[in-house]
Each structure stands twice: as C-alpha cells, then as structure tokens.
Design a protein around this ligand. Structure first.
Ligand SMILES: [Zn+2]
Length: 173
C-alpha cells in the first residue's frame, strides 16, 4: 500500500509538472509574439504601477496647459488685431512697387479712376483703377499672370508681375 501510495504520489507530481509545463509555455508564448509582446513586457516590467499613470496624467495636464496657452495666445492676438483695426481704421491704401521701390502709396479713394503706368525692368505695366478696384490692364511679361489675376478690391489682396518686378497691393493703414 505504501509503495503504491508513493508511486501514486510520484505520478501525481509528474502529472502536475506535465500539466504545469505547457501552461508555462502558453504563458510565455503571447509575450514572445511580435504583436502583443512589447506592450505586455512594458507593463509587466513596470516596477510601480502608479508611475505610468502618473506620467500619463502629467503629460496630459501639460498638453492641456499647452493647448490652453496656445488658444489664449491666439485669442489675445485676435483681440489685439481686432481692436487695433477698430482704433485705427484707416482707408484702403493702394501700394505699388516696381523694381523693389515704392512708386505709389495713397488711399485708393483719393486716386482718380484711370490708368497708372509703372516702369518695371521689362517695360511699362499699366495698372487700372476703376470703381474702387484695381487690376493690371497690360504688362510686358510673357506669362501675363498679373493680368490674369483680375481685379482686386479688398485689403490684403495683391497682384504680382514677377517678370517685370511690379507689385500692386491693397493694404489697410
Ligand atoms: Zn505680369
């Protein structure tokens, strides 16, 4: 009976080992798999479970603060631009430069309707002013991009004749 019990005990131990070994291998397999392996490793090896959470919270807070400061800066800039526009709302200026030098810089309303000849490096660019709008009527450039730009009437708009080095801008003073 004792011998039989011992044999049974040995068998159960062997059986237990036999059972445990595949389980251990099964546990090891997912961590070795390339897809889920690195993440599980990172989590498994973190000594303090609160540390990653704490870091995540800090970076999130930092991002939130950064985002808020950016929003505030943009808002402040917008308010400044808006208020400066209100406080010194000047007329729309027609600014024409040729060969890098300013040729015309006057309020658009003060400029008589008609054509303005502007001397560029290739020849004369004809700028026409009509009913609060400006366009390039003719230019000695080959591509005529300036002429094809058409009429401009709002501050911030620009016509450029790159070959003739003529720039026609409408700006708000
Ligand atoms: Zn042109």
């Amino acid at each position: 009976m004792d011998a039989a019990n011992d044999k049974f005990a040995v068998e159960t131990v062997l059986a237990a080992r036999f059972v445990h070994e595949p389980v251990a291998k099964k546990e090891a397999k997912p961590s070795n798999s390339p897809v889920s392996g690195p993440k599980k490793h990172a989590r498994g090896f973190s000594l303090c479970p609160n540390q990653p959470r704490g870091n995540g919270g800090n970076s999130r807070r930092f991002r939130l603060v950064a985002a808020l400061s950016v929003i505030l800066a943009v808002a402040a800039g917008g308010i400044l631009a808006y208020s400066s526009g209100i406080f010194r709302e000047g007329p729309v200026m027609l600014v024409i430069s040729a060969k890098g030098q300013s040729v015309v810089s006057r309020p658009l309303k003060q400029i008589a309707e008609g054509t303005i000849p502007v001397e560029g490096i290739l020849g004369t660019t004809i700028v026409e002013v009509k009913q609060g709008r400006v366009h390039v009527l003719n230019s000695p450039c080959e591509n005529h991009i300036c002429m094809n730009t058409g009429w401009i009437s709002n501050p911030g708009q620009i016509i450029v004749c790159l070959p003739n080095e003529v720039v026609v801008r409408l700006v708000k003073e």
